[in-house]
Design a protein. Structure first.
Length: 188
């Protein structure tokens, strides 16, 4: 049974990875590397986190950088999704306040970039995207912006979906599927 460091201090994100990778024989360990998320792309931030966690843990490591981009706000908050306010309640409130008075639908997307750093191998990256709409908070499942993100095909937000269904539709689920399909985790 292999071990994989997951570069996050976000308990919700670690739990999602545990669920998404449950079909593998990997044991996931959360590592919160002290790195600045100051790169100019999701990929850059994911890579620096994966490399830092691999160096600190001595294990293969997975880094993730994700964000929500709202079309009417020029892609805001994007790379800064986790840093636009101190708490998630305040981040959600700020995002909705910026959308006040903007005609609907509030289209946008969730973006996820994963980086896998395995000692002795080049870092590999995997992307996932989920288009949708922003709405007032609905549901209490998930974390982060999940209650605000509506999947039009379902008429429900990520916050209203059970975990297994969310993973089928989510940006992170898509990125993990791409990683699994690539064979990048084989032999860890």
């Amino acid at each position: 049974m292999g071990r994989l460091a997951v570069a996050t201090g976000n308990a919700g994100k670690l739990e999602e990875f545990q669920e998404l990778l449950a079909g593998t024989d990997l044991v996931l360990e959360g590592w919160a590397p002290d790195v600045a998320e100051d790169r100019d792309s999701y990929e850059g931030n994911a890579v620096v986190k994966a490399e830092a966690a691999a160096a600190a843990s001595g294990l293969p490591a997975l880094g993730d950088d994700s964000g929500v981009e709202v079309d009417a706000l020029g892609g805001f908050p994007g790379l800064y999704s986790a840093r636009i306010a101190p708490t998630q309640v305040e981040r959600n409130r700020l995002l909705l306040s910026r959308l006040a008075g903007v005609p609907r639908p509030w289209t946008g997307r969730f973006v996820c970039m994963l980086a896998l750093a395995v000692p002795g191998r080049p870092v590999r990256t995997f992307a996932g995207l989920r288009a949708g709409e922003l709405t007032e908070p609905r549901g209490s499942d998930g974390f982060g912006y999940d209650p605000l993100f509506l999947i039009p095909e379902l008429g429900r937000t990520f916050g209203e979906l059970p975990a297994a269904e969310k993973h089928r539709w989510s940006h992170r689920g898509a990125a993990v599927r791409a990683m699994l399909e690539s064979g990048a985790l084989e032999g860890l």
